[in-house]
Design a protein around this ligand. Structure first.
Ligand SMILES: Nc1ncnc2c1ncn2[C@@H]1O[C@H](COP(=O)(O)OP(=O)(O)OP(=O)(O)O)[C@@H](O)[C@H]1O
Length: 304
């Protein structure tokens, strides 16, 4: 698959603050590429440089073979951008904004279709200043897509949306990807990253700490599984902690929680069976992308 975005050694500082220390990444055609990281990691600065909205201090960027800074006008026709701080004049109505933006492009998307797809049809005549935060957010997504871009950069796509609107937006984005658009998605939501992204870059303190599929990142963090159960009869800890596949055991009330490697479940159930103990309410908790995030970046995802 050809690369649509290539970033090498990106570096950007604001006065005395280094926002991006060293970011290199490649986005392939047709993929949804996620950028994940704690607050202040440099995600927005990186995508603003990719979109040509900021000039890097160092490093090279190409988007569809163009230099985002030098070839800005040319790139605008191929790139749709939804950024965190997007704002429109308060009196501009939803349909007017979409029609206006569509008129900037040689081959725009069907703006009415986008308006319907994003649940804004009944707000067509509502002024921007009267929209709720979630409606403004949906309009900014529609405006990013109205030019029929080859590449779309979406920064915090669903922040501020309720769970249903968030799921509807995910479906819309999957539809956009199916039509061949390459998408770069900055997100704080692990569920969103897992559901939508083919690959993810984890950024921490201005550097890329890992690039992988969501499953690959989880695996890379080598997080153990946890086996929780209520023993039908008392069990002594050492029967389980002495197993080579088990690394720890804690108790939560009546529940026993055993952590260990991939084989721990097998080993634990064998010991239980041998001791005629039934594991009631047995549950295996797998590692999550969120745990991988915490382990790889040392930070917590912002739950906004
Ligand atoms: N215009 C600016 N002037 C000065 N410092 C800035 C500016 N924009 C961002 N920064 C700083 O640069 C660093 C990276 O910011 P950036 O917005 O790129 O991070 P982020 O990963 O997108 O964060 P968030 O998840 O909170 O949106 C932060 O420390 C931020 O305070």
């Amino acid at each position: 698959m050809p690369a649509v975005i290539e970033v090498h050694d990106l570096h950007k500082r604001y006065a005395d603050k280094v926002a991006v220390e060293d970011v290199s990444l490649t986005v392939q055609e047709g993929e949804i590429f996620g950028i994940l990281g704690p607050n202040g990691a440099g995600k927005t600065t990186s995508v603003e440089c990719i979109a040509g909205l900021r000039t890097p201090d160092r490093g090279t960027i190409t988007v569809c073979g163009l230099d985002p800074h030098r070839d800005r006008a040319e790139l605008t026709r191929r790139l749709g951008v939804q950024l965190q701080a997007g704002r429109l004049p308060d009196r501009l109505r939803v349909a007017e904004a979409l029609e206006l933006y569509a008129s900037f492009y040689p081959a725009p998307a069907d703006w009415r279709g986008l308006m319907h797809g994003l649940g804004l049809a009944d707000k067509a005549r509502t002024a921007y200043g009267k929209l709720s935060g979630g409606q403004k957010q949906r309009l900014s997504i529609a405006l990013a897509l109205v030019g029929n871009p080859r590449v779309a950069i979406l920064d915090e796509l669903t922040t501020g949306l309720d769970p249903q609107a968030r799921r509807d937006t995910w479906e819309l984005i999957e539809g956009v990807r199916a039509s061949g658009v390459t998408i770069v998605l900055v997100t704080h939501f692990m569920e969103e990253a897992e559901r939508l992204c083919d690959r993810l870059a984890l950024i921490d303190a201005g550097r890329v700490v890992a690039v992988d599929t969501p499953a690959g990142l989880t695996e890379r963090a080598r997080i153990e599984q946890r086996i929780c159960f209520r023993p039908s009869r008392p069990i002594e800890d050492h029967l389980l902690t002495s197993l080579p596949d088990v690394s720890g055991l804690t108790r939560r009330g009546e529940l026993v929680v055993v952590s260990g490697n991939d084989n721990a479940l097998n080993a634990v159930t064998t010991v239980l069976a041998r001791n005629r103990i039934v594991a009631e309410r047995l549950r295996v908790e797998q590692a999550s992308l969120e745990e991988a995030f915490v382990q790889l970046t040392g930070g917590r995802p912002d739950p906004r």
